[in-house]
Ligand binder design. Structure first.
Ligand SMILES: C[S@@+](CC[C@H](N)C(=O)[O-])C[C@H]1O[C@@H](n2cnc3c(N)ncnc32)[C@H](O)[C@@H]1O
Length: 224
């Protein structure tokens, strides 16, 4: 296995099959909303089977879509061939994005910050590749603010959920992690969306825009 691979062969095939139904159940509209208004060069982390690609507006000049899982990467390449904007699908992992410092106008994460091994390190990488002032667009499932549901999510994480769902965690406070990583959150909608009973632990969602601050703190060097 190359250093840029994540192997979840069974999950990848199940996800590829189930995800189509989730799109029809309303996820397509959430993706469209998450990506509306993007422009310039975009890096997409953990692109899966490429379900975002059809939603990039024509103001996007290039998408670098990073996907470590071989089966999903192949599916993403097939989706990229039909996309209206230029999408290059590459192997890589969140901890070491194959993208230069400050080379992207925007970064996209959808349903992926739940699965990366280290959210803080991932968000540092996303900051590194964004230009100062660049946008992070996120559509993620998160820890519920309702204590009872949060207990259910923690129980799922402590038992079968990560093993069944390709390393996913249901009880992460991803918005807090984005803020801790130094992004300014400009908008964030919270809502429940459960396209199927099988993904009940992943019901609470956030969708929004955070920005890498345009100026570095005095004396801070450029990343890299
Ligand atoms: C639930 S899928 C979501 C796929 C896609 N982003 C979407 O919105 O449909 C989670 C994705 O995260 C990817 N992933 C898991 N661990 C990763 C890592 N360490 N670095 C990058 N991507 C990772 C998986 O391969 C998979 O494509």
């Amino acid at each position: 296995m190359g250093s840029g691979e994540v192997r979840h062969p069974i999950f990848a095939r199940v996800f590829d099959r189930l995800s189509r139904g989730e799109e029809d159940a309303g996820q397509r509209e959430h993706r469209r909303r998450a990506l509306a208004g993007l422009r310039g060069r975009v890096v997409e982390l953990g692109a899966g089977n490429g379900l975002n690609f059809e939603h990039y507006p024509d103001t996007v000049t290039e998408v670098v879509a990073v996907e470590p899982e071989p089966f999903l990467r192949q599916r993403a390449r097939e989706a990229a061939a039909h996309a209206a904007v230029s999408v290059t699908v590459v192997e890589g992992v969140a901890a070491a994005l194959p993208v230069d410092d400050e080379s992207c106008d925007a970064a996209v994460t959808s349903l992926v910050l739940c699965s990366v091994p280290d959210q803080a390190a991932t968000l540092r990488e996303l900051r590194r590749v964004l230009e100062p002032g660049g946008e992070l667009r996120f559509y993620e499932h998160v820890l519920s603010p309702r204590p009872g549901f949060g207990r259910f999510q923690r129980a799922a994480d402590a038992t079968l959920w990560p093993r069944l769902a390709g390393g996913c965690h249901a009880a992460r406070d991803t918005l807090a992690a984005i803020e801790r990583a130094g992004f300014d959150v400009e908008r964030c909608d919270r809502f429940d969306f459960r396209p199927s009973i099988l993904v009940a632990p992943a019901t609470p969602k956030i969708l929004g825009l955070a920005r890498r601050p345009a100026t570095r703190p005095a004396g801070a060097a450029a990343p890299g």
